[in-house]
Write a protein that binds this ligand. Structure first.
Ligand SMILES: [Zn+2]
Length: 349
């Protein structure tokens, strides 16, 4: 049975903003039920940093217009300014699915990383990412991964990442998704695989199946679309409006059927619409897969999506030393409170 453990701690201060009245600060130490990693939920932190999370519209427009000039991913340039696959890998050089274009990286993050240009538009508001845009991107990515499997069967570990806009770590504004692929798992994937295996052996049940069935009864559960379950994690990785999705019973990306890709695409657009409504412009998402050469009963493909700070002259970052260097989690709001806001929005739309 899944354990959701937290400890609540307090600090007392004499608050200068309230005429030095005594105030209490609350810290919740929450243990990730699979990895054991701590995430500290800091009540009131969202409000404290909220001024850094919205974007300066003029700066954002300036960024969009400046980067539009010579953008390699815009439709007039994508066939002349982006790399092509070698002919022996792919005769046509690039993969096209709807408006999505799969191209090799000019400089990638792993030996078989590629990039999917998602749209013809140079800039999309978060509410303009449609299920069709994301679905075509996923189809392009899996077409690439299937070809890769034929040519290099040792490349077993793919992961998809979205970095949208500079606060999320993207050097190119034009909407795109990275498809990372290499012969060894990324650290987080390895950790999740190892912990999931241990959990399966000691509980005789899949952690992921138990997570979904337990969370279905909690305030953090959001919705299910086509076998894809959406929830707010009990102990978020990063904690800025973070949502998790689990594709039930599918342990690697190549096992997913179209309806499940639709489930991911539709779920993501719901979350992105909510981010837009809350004033955000930038986000990250990661889609994690087990090895593509075998089915694992103890692991499910899963996703995390989170908003990032706004475009501002101050260059505020939420890559704080605590999560970035100390490897501890920090959440700026109680996950249950965030889930409540998100659900209220979704049920009204
Ligand atoms: Zn562009």
């Amino acid at each position: 049975m899944l354990k959701l453990e937290k400890t609540v701690k307090h600090a007392r201060i004499l608050n200068p903003l309230k005429n030095f009245e005594e105030g209490t600060l609350t810290f919740e130490y929450r243990t990730d039920p699979l990895t054991g990693r701590n995430t500290t939920v800091i009540g009131g932190m969202l409000n404290y940093i909220s001024k850094f999370l919205t974007s300066d519209k003029e700066l954002l427009n300036l960024l969009i217009e400046k980067t539009r000039v010579n953008c390699p991913f815009c439709p007039e340039n994508v066939k002349t300014k982006t790399p092509m696959f070698p002919k022996d890998f792919l005769k046509e050089g690039r993969i096209f699915v709807g408006n999505a274009v799969v191209i090799p990286n000019l400089l990638g993050h792993a030996e078989r990383s590629v990039l999917v240009v998602l749209s013809k538009e140079h800039y999309l508001k978060l509410e303009e990412f449609t299920p069709e845009i994301l679905f075509n991107g996923f189809k392009g990515a899996t077409t690439y991964l299937k070809r890769l499997k034929e040519v290099e069967p040792s490349i077993n570990f793919p992961a998809f990442i979205f970095n949208y806009l500079p606060p999320a770590g993207s050097s190119i504004v034009h909407p795109h998704m990275q498809v990372l692929a290499r012969d060894r798992p990324f650290y987080l994937v390895r950790l999740l695989l190892e912990k999931s295996k241990t959990y399966f052996e000691s509980h005789r049940a899949s952690y992921w199946a138990e997570l979904v069935s337990e969370e279905r009864k909690s305030k953090r559960y959001l919705f299910e679309i086509n076998n894809v379950e959406w929830l707010v994690p009990f102990a978020p990785l990063r904690g800025l409006n973070e949502v998790q999705a689990v594709v039930r019973g599918k342990s690697n990306i190549l096992e997913l059927e179209d309806k499940e890709w639709q489930g991911i695409a539709h779920g993501m657009t719901k979350i992105l619409n909510f981010y837009q409504k809350e004033g955000y412009t930038s986000f990250n998402a990661i889609l994690l897969s087990g090895p593509v050469d075998e089915h694992l009963d103890y692991f499910d493909v899963n996703l995390r999506i989170m908003s990032r700070p706004g475009i501002q002259a101050s260059s505020f970052t939420d890559a704080w030393a605590l999560p970035y260097l100390l490897w501890d989690g920090e959440a700026v709001e109680e996950p249950e409170r965030f889930a409540e806001r998100l659900k209220a929005y979704i049920s009204g739309n």
